[in-house]
Design a protein around this ligand. Sequence first.
Ligand code: 3EB
Length: 328
Amino acid sequence: MSSRSSGFRIEYFPDPVSPQHSEQTIVRILYGARTEASESGLQLGLPPLGASALCEHWTSDRIERRGESRGFRFVCFGPWMFAYAVFSEDSSDLQSLTRQAYRDLLRLAREQGYPWILRVWNYFPDITGSTGGLNRYQSFCEGRRRTLVEDEQAAGLALPAVTTTGSCAPGFAVYFLSGREAGKSLENPRQTAPSDYPEHLGPHGPSFCRGVSHATDGQTALYLSGTASITGHETRHHGDVAAQAREILHNHAAVIEQARIEGATCPERLHDLPFQKIYLANPGDLPKVEDEVNSVIGRETPRYFLHSRLCRDDLLLEMESTYLHEPA
Ligand code: 3EB
């Protein structure tokens, strides 16, 4: 009997139980003090709360090739590709850097045969810092939009599920999962589609969607974007971190419901999400968030707290999750 799985897995290990790099390793992502990409994996300057480091380990029995191209390291496994890079801001402003990084990302994905960008994570420091007219998050959004929406090579691509938060160390980190086959972009009826955000939030709405469902080759996935306490386009529950956490879980439930309506394989309930990755602006808020999460979804779901900065000063936390399912 083979226990080989047809898809890929994501597991988390608190320090010091870091797993070794193996033939099945797609990537090891280490959350800690610095942001750096190397052959052995990706380090992100997002300090975990309650541990000195946290290792996220992606594995698959189907790794076919590994390579380096266009500034990214990539791994192809079955119908998926994972790639990561860290870019220095030394010689370019954030908007130009983002625009170029996304061009390279799209080219890489297309050249390798995995053109459908499903899920992207972006981290850079000082996310609400000023650059003159726009703040850094808005500059990032403009650079990303120039490529993802305005470039000819992006024509016809659906928007990915995304997390973009502020890190605590220099370096612009981007990692993503793309596919040979398209996913389905999902919105949340409780929230304005990001691309339709009003102009006071930035010259154009950010280029992402609330979630992506993807079914391919024996594995179905639901990727939930970084989700904040926003309904419509407005931040809710100013200064109340517990209420923000509750609103976020409500938003997750709404995206899951939307995925179900659109025919995707979904977790039955919020409790069935395998983990919650929680980006927290103020480390001191951890006990309150922990209590609130317990009261909404119970204690079972593993949760990983990362110290981060968020793209609006009034957002106290964001939460994301990924649901992977292989039919028996
Ligand atoms: C929001 O809902 C909160 O610009 O890539 C969440 C997920 C947020 C992704 C992005 C921003 C992004 O508007 C912020």
